[in-house]
Design a protein around this ligand. Structure first.
Ligand SMILES: [Mn+2]
Length: 436
């Protein structure tokens, strides 16, 4: 949990950016993993960002109208029997004293307390689809409040999904957030270096995944920001490969895409290296193409440039490179026009990073003009299928290199630069240590 003043500032900023109305922010429900065992709980991003309340079955209400501005919390009640098994709940008192709610209620009171609030507000900001139970209560209570307009002359007219407002606020990182993303990037970069050091033929993908997780937890990260992709050989060409069960083979590459979540903030790094510590010539050719693309695009980053410009350069460099290697044939501009590169490079150049690994999707990155405080990945890749028409030496090679970039007041900082990516530096460290 952050200092409460940060959450207060975020809520103030949110309220300042909307017209009068009531914002309802629900929590994620617990999710079953097996029988009666739940996944470790992770709060929904919006509640995490604006309140930091760590428990499920919680709802925040922010109300802003001419009469009053208030912040209410509905939280699970204290329960000695539950707390013996699962640990302390904050309860209504904690919600007021530790989370600065103006008033707090038990979750059961949500429906009855919501109705009078809706009756005096014209606009309701609510994002459905997070918790079905809360959706049902909100929908039902809105209908009741709408029906009473006839009699009392006030009540909801507009229902707005606030996702756009949330994402536009969150996409720019504040100073306190930058400290946290630096830490999550550092933990993740160090883990990736550890993974490089212990890679050898015969090691299993899951053993390296285990080492990465160990490093995250050892350094205070609460979880992986997403399941680590640890793909040797042709597994590196599967974009979301998370099975991680295979043995690493001599002569092949290993691609790892992994990031920690620290105090709610995700990192997202990818590196690709030779399992035996020495790139073959064809691997070098593909690797250099991806690395040059990453470095060229990174150097373009500064406030005022459109991310789309970076995406275009990446497509142009990768297409040109694929032509030179004989993997694409034809006129460069036509191949770009027809998106022929998509056979080998089928994802975007990058995405915003933050509380979610793929953060703030409402702010379309390719339409964004970069500004100070923007934080995103740049991650070009080439994935070569094993089809017969592909020159044999390139078949099954997958390379992605991904860094986390923060836009500064005049340029950028690469927060994941500590994990090496030049061919020389990689060859120097792969296989230099034993798996612990
Ligand atoms: Mn990514």
């Amino acid at each position: 949990m952050l200092n409460q003043k940060f959450y207060t500032q975020r809520r103030q900023k949110l309220l300042a950016s909307i017209d009068n109305g009531v914002i309802i922010i629900p929590s994620f429900p617990l999710k079953l993993m097996s029988n009666d065992v739940h996944y470790k709980y992770r709060q929904h991003t919006e509640l995490l960002y604006y309140v930091g309340y760590p428990e499920p079955d919680t709802i925040a209400i922010l109300e802003k109208n001419n009469e009053l501005t208030q912040f209410l919390l509905f939280v699970p009640k204290r329960d000695p029997e539950f707390e013996i098994w699962n640990g302390k709940r904050y309860g209504v008192d904690g919600a007021v004293h530790e989370f600065n709610a103006d008033k707090a209620y038990e979750t059961e009171e949500f429906e009855s307390e919501l109705l009078p609030i809706l009756k005096r507000n014209e606009t309701v900001y609510y994002m459905s689809g997070i918790d079905e139970k809360i959706d049902q209560i909100v929908e039902k209570t809105i209908s009741v409040a709408i029906n009473s307009r006839d009699k009392i002359g006030s009540g909801p007219i507009n229902l707005i999904n606030p996702i756009n407002i949330f994402h536009h606020q969150r996409v720019v990182k504040t100073e306190e957030e930058i400290e946290l993303i630096e830490k999550s990037a550092k933990i993740s970069a160090d883990a990736m270096t550890n993974a490089m050091e212990v890679t050898k033929p015969g090691v299993f993908e899951y053993q390296i995944e285990g080492l990465i997780n160990y490093h995250y937890f050892k350094n205070g990260a609460e979880r992986c920001a997403y399941p680590a992709i640890v793909g040797g050989g042709v597994n590196a060409t599967i974009l979301h490969y998370i099975t991680n069960q295979d043995k690493l083979n001599e002569g092949e590459l290993l691609l790892i895409d992994a990031g920690a979540e620290y105090m709610g903030y995700a990192a997202d790094i990818t590196r690709t290296w030779p399992i035996n510590g020495k790139f073959t010539e064809p691997q070098k050719e593909i690797y250099s193409l991806v690395l040059n693309t990453l470095e060229t695009c990174t150097k373009m980053v500064k406030p005022g440039i459109q991310f789309k410009e970076l995406s275009k350069i990446a497509i142009s460099m990768l297409t040109e490179g694929l032509i030179k290697l004989g993997l694409l044939t034809g006129d460069r501009d036509e191949l770009i026009e027809n998106a022929a590169f998509k056979r080998f490079y089928m994802h975007r150049l990058g995405h915003w990073l933050g509380i979610d690994t793929h953060d703030t999707g409402q702010v379309v990155i390719d339409e964004a003009v970069l500004r100070e405080g923007h934080y995103f990945t740049i991650e070009p890749g080439i994935y070569i299928p094993t089809d017969e028409d592909i020159p044999e030496k390139y078949r099954g090679i997958g390379v992605r290199i991904e860094d986390d970039i923060l836009v500064t007041n005049d340029a950028y900082r690469v927060l994941t630069k500590n994990v090496v990516k030049s061919i020389d530096e990689i060859e120097k460290i792969v296989g230099t240590k034993e798996l612990p």
